[in-house]
Each structure stands twice: as structure tokens, then as C-alpha cells.
Design a protein around this ligand. Sequence first.
Ligand SMILES: [Zn+2]
Length: 264
Amino acid sequence: MKPTAIIALVMLATILVLAGCIKSTESGTSHEAAHWSYEGNTGPSHWGDLSPDYRTCKTGKNQSPIDLTGAMPVANLPELIVNYRTLPVSATMHNNTHTIQVDENTGSTLIYNGTTYRLLQYHFHNPSEHTINGEPAAMELHLVHRDDEGNYLVVGVLFEAGAENPVLAGFWDALPEEEGETTLGAEVNIADILPIDGIYEAYEGSLTTPPCTEGVHWIMMKTPVEMSQEQIDYYGSFLGGTARPVQRLNNRAIAEKAAGFVRP
Ligand SMILES: [Zn+2]
């Protein structure tokens, strides 16, 4: 073997060893998110103990979801200015074992109280997480937004059994049923699913999944929208039981906006 070939082999071996070290170092020290679920030892009552990162799930005083009973009408609440775009055919839906998440990168925004929030993704819970008079709805949609300062605003929509929902029908057949599966969505505008009266209930809460981060502005649409029992059952056949139980209201108030939002 020529000296140059030997040098090349030594260099290659060194690169491989270094690559292995880097890889093992990463896996050894990296801060991988702890596994959580909706049942058993990793279910909601244990989330706060699964990782130091999840402590707020246990110690937080402004947690979500909540029971929405007892909202007080407030006259001067801001309108929701919804400016969502239609998803391109390349939009993806992902089954992350907790939910089906539809990623948004179309520049859809929502303006609330003078602040512009970008729509990041939307996803579903079965049954609903928020309750009314202690009763969950069939399902719940969460539209997750964030502003430039990193503040979250989530718009929630409750579903009840009724007529087939035409917006959901646009992509329901393509939902990724398998854990970890990703499928292509459809050209729907999710704004079309919002109840037209625009009545909402607002409160300050948290993410409803670990790490249960607080400081989330919640806008729950008061009027449920319909989806068919078939649509509900289909989702539940592979991702049922994905709702965190309601949390204590503590010192929070729920404010109700009596009228409308704006869709440019
Ligand atoms: Zn959610």
C-alpha cells in the first residue's frame, strides 16, 4: 500500500472515530424531551414529575385547559382579525402520537389587541380539552399562534356531532393514521371552520401538553361547530383519549366577547 493511501486511511478512520464521539456525546448530554402520554405512568397526573422541564405542569397556577363556565361579558374586548391563507398542496400533516398536527407556513396571521400573531400549526384533541359545565365536547381544534416576542395565542374551536364538516372533509381521508407518519394535506383555509358569530371567551392559560408553559393567551370560540359522528369516530379510532383533564381556575377570570371578528 502506498504511503498516501495509508495516510488517507488513517484520516478516514480518525474522521469516523471523531464522528462517533460527537454522536455519542450528543446522545449522552443532549436534553431530549421526556416521553409523556395520556395514560398510565406517563399520563397527565405524572407530567410534572417526568422531567424538570415539565415542572410547571404540576406547580403552575395558570394551567389549561379549564372548564369555561362562568364567563363574564366584557364590552371592550378586541376583535379577532383573522387573515389566514389557503394551504398549498405541499402542506403536511404529521401524526406525532399525541395529535395530528397540520403545519402552517403560508404567512397566515391573526391580529389581536394590536399584536400580530403568526399561525404556526393547528391540531386536534379527542375528546375536547376545555369543558362547559363539566362536559367535554366531541373534539377540539387548537390553532397555535406566536408573535415576534415569542408570546403564544391559541384559538380553540369545539366540535359537536352533527352534519359532516366540509372543511375537515377536505383532508380527513388523508390523515396520517400511523404513529410518526406524515401525509400531505389539502388546499383548505382553516379560517372557514371558525363559527361565524365570532363570540369568544378569553383567559390566560398554558400549553395543554408538556412543558405546560404559561403565559398563553387563550381565545375559545363559544359556539361549537358541527362535524359528523363518522368524522369523530374516524379520528378517535387511532388518536382517541388525547385530552388533558381540566385544571383549577384559581384567581383567573374568563372574559366573554359578545360579538364578532373581522375577516379581511
Ligand atoms: Zn392542543
